[in-house]
Design a protein around this ligand. Structure first.
Ligand code: NAD
Length: 495
């Protein structure tokens, strides 16, 4: 058993050819020589600079997008669909480039970056298909005196703010429905991982998306950016993915001009394993729900509740899986856990581990940072985590599986719901009745039943409680960029 203060050293090093491929992609993006430095989290090395836009530049971008949007709103549905298909084809043709770029700037293993490219590009294909679906309706008033025609119009200029953990998918999940609905956009990616957005938009323009329709802004002063752009009367919509803390601030700013607001915020997902689960499936599902993206996922399993009857076997199985995970550069051969995004994340994992152990949790594997310029932390299993431990109360956002035990279904549900968040939850049981009952009672927007990766382009992704407002993906994701209007057409009395 390890202690929380130990450091480990053996890390997988990057593959030279993969590094070269990533550098080639970065060289192909139109970027300045100076500005905000972008670092490789696996090495700490600066790999590029992106513009550090001031407020005037951001407002000029709003102006350009607004001008392009006037024409775009008049395009036919088929024209929008065709352009999205063309962008999708471009992204697919460059999927290896995108995967190498994502891995280099964000740190995830290349295999997972490939998964993100598939997931992220699928939103573009989905909204290419969804763009032409009939959206209006024809209804009759209850008294028979009128016909009601409903139609959907583009909501208007959308400001899109994305986090660093899925640099492609978080961008395409917003940009594709905006384009499909007929909206121009200004997107502000996280400064930790801005390169993928610049590259994806460059490919969009190559595919024929009008040059100024989607503006990318990077800035070191995101507070000044949102103050200014959300107060600009040309902006009609804000869509944000990130922490609940920042989401609350943006909702306040959005209230001034009463902007349509979509908020994909933080999570604290419960994962419940019942005595009647298929244990192997539960271990694999938990492994995926916890370690995918290094645990840096808003739907990552945060509080793992295991029923007493299977707890020993489950914990032993999960610990064995965690202790065998190869850690290192995302561009290294065979890496399954890459670097965390920055040194603060590593310090946070150390603090979670230390605090839990001090309060009585058992550290079964991991618990160590690595002696490296990169930001690595070993896959960690903590068992018998007390409810008052920080790791049981906070969004972990890292590779720590924090296990608690329970005895009854009612207890599991009540403990799972004891949080202000409500994004995702997971249930493992072979009993259909129990699965559906627990899913019905979980206060989350998403429930994974016997599986750890529930999200895809067809699913209406989003949270309840303080995990957010609105949905992304699916037909509902398009509605976020549309205003419903109706015409009341008087009917003549018939004889
Ligand atoms: P964050 O809230 O710190 O930052 C997200 C984005 O907001 C970044 O682009 C950042 O630059 C920007 N930002 C920060 N302050 C701002 C301000 N005042 N005005 C405008 N923009 C501002 O979050 P993060 O650390 O990048 O991402 C992790 C968080 O995101 C976690 O809480 C995670 O759960 C959440 N997340 C949620 C989803 C979801 O779909 N619900 C998906 C991914 C991540």
């Amino acid at each position: 058993m390890s202690t929380a203060s130990e450091t480990a050293t053996a890390l997988i090093t990057p593959d030279v050819e993969s590094l070269q491929r990533a550098s080639k992609v970065i060289d192909s993006i139109a970027l300045p020589a100076e500005g905000i430095a972008v670092q490789d989290p696996a090495t700490g090395e600066t790999i590029a600079h992106v513009p550090d836009a001031d407020v005037e530049t951001a407002l000029a971008a709003v102006g350009k997008a607004d001008a392009a949007g006037a024409t775009w709103a008049r395009t036919t549905l088929r024209q929008r669909a065709d352009l999205l298909h063309a962008w999708y084809d471009k992204l697919v043709a460059h999927s290896e480039d995108l995967a190498h770029l994502i891995s280099r700037e964000m740190g995830k293993p290349l295999s997972e970056a490939r998964g993100e490219v598939k997931y992220g590009t699928d939103f573009v294909r989905w909204y290419a298909e969804e763009a032409v679906r009939p959206a209006g309706s024809f209804r009759e008033s209850p008294d028979g005196g009128a016909n009601i025609l409903t139609r959907r119009s583009p909501v208007g200029l959308a400001v899109l703010i994305t986090p660093w953990n899925f640099p492609l998918a978080m961008a395409t999940r917003k940009i594709a429905p905006a384009i499909a609905a007929g909206c121009p956009a200004v997107i502000k990616p996280a400064t930790l991982t801005p390169l993928t957005t610049y590259y994806a938009i460059q490919l969009a323009v190559e595919a024929g998306v009008p040059d100024e329709l989607v503006q990318v802004i990077t800035t070191s002063n995101s507070g000044a950016f949102s103050e200014a752009v959300l107060n600009d009367p040309r902006v009609r919509k804000v869509s944000f993915t990130g922490s609940t803390l920042v989401g609350r601030k943006l909702l306040q700013l959005a209230s001034r001009n009463v902007l349509r607001s979509s908020m994909e915020l933080g999570g604290n997902a419960p994962l419940i394993v019942f005595n009647d689960a298929d244990l192997q499936r539960a271990i694999e599902g938990t492994f995926a729900a916890k370690l995918r993206n290094g645990g840096q996922s808003c739907i990552g399993a945060n509080r793992i509740y295991v029923q007493d009857g299977v707890a020993e076997e489950f914990v032993a199985g999960l610990t064995e899986r965690f202790s065998q995970v190869p850690v290192g550069s995302g561009l290294g051969q065979g890496t399954a856990l890459g670097a965390l995004i920055d040194d603060r994340a590593v310090a946070q994992m150390q603090s979670f581990t230390r605090n839990a152990v001090e309060l009585g949790a058992d550290l079964l594997t991991g618990g160590q940072a690595y002696d490296s310029q990169g930001h690595f932390f070993a896959p960690t299993v903590l068992d018998r985590v007390p409810e008052e431990a920080d790791v049981a109360k906070s969004e972990i956002f890292g590779p720590i599986a924090a296990i608690q035990r329970f005895s009854s279904e009612a207890e599991a549900i009540s403990r799972a719901n004891a949080t202000e968040f409500g994004l995702a939850g997971y249930v493992f049981t072979e009993n259909l009745d129990r699965a559906l009952n627990v899913a019905d009672h979980l206060q989350t927007g998403i429930v994974g039943i016997n599986q750890g990766v529930p999200s895809n382009a067809a699913a209406p992704f989003g949270g309840i409680k303080q995990s957010g407002l609105g949905r992304e993906g699916s037909a509902e994701g398009l509605e976020e960029y549309q205003s419903i209007r109706f015409y009341n057409v008087a009917r003549r009395a018939t004889t």
